[in-house]
Design a protein around this ligand. Sequence first.
Ligand SMILES: *Cc1c(COP(=O)(O)O)cnc(C)c1O
Length: 239
Amino acid sequence: MTVVDTMAGRLAQIQQRIADACARAGRPPESVTLLPVSKTFGIDAIREAMALGLTRFGENKTQEIRQKAAALAGEGLQWVLIGHLQTNKARDAARDATEVQSLDRVELAEALHRRLVNEGRSLDVLVQVKTSSEPSKYGMAPGDVPAFLRRIAADFPTLHVRGLMTLAVNSPDPDQVRACFRALRELRDRLRQDNLPGVSLDRLSMGMSGDFELAIEEGSTEVRIGTAVFGARAYPDPQ
Ligand SMILES: *Cc1c(COP(=O)(O)O)cnc(C)c1O
């Protein structure tokens, strides 16, 4: 593949690859949303992305959302938290995030709900599921998700579940990566049979720069792309 060294070029290339993966999977191209992941990149990079029409950004840390949202206030941007959220940061997330994709435990759901009640708002959430056995990855064990969703539906009405999120195993073997994405989709299909009030499971957030095409083939509705749009990160950011 040719090396593209402008954001506009990289974005166009990613959009083409998303469209191609959709075509291979027999899916309409608009069935997959691109979530650009701007973590570790500064305001200039986000302004460049805005000039290309991007308005919704994925971030890993509440402090970074706070700083960027303050610097770009009034621009109508949406901030999506995709990184691990400590319970003691629930207040910041409840205030500044448009959406949280890393909801992975009851304690966090409880803390977010309490803060959201204070803020008088509700929040779209995805439940992060651990589909690999890598110890470094966060996420709820698949077997715990059914009871978790019942608990949210019963007790935390400020949390609007929209779907599931996962990170696939870091592996050069596409079959292993694909198995993670497939596990998430199959879990979602089983959960749908519970028909919980207020819980919608239409969204599957899966796929990153290195594996989004496999994710699309396995039913992803949202790919979270950082480096392939913004370029290499100057410093690593834990997931
Ligand atoms: C950083 C990150 C991404 C994007 O990763 P790239 O490999 O840069 O595309 C996606 N999802 C999560 C949860 C991340 O932390």
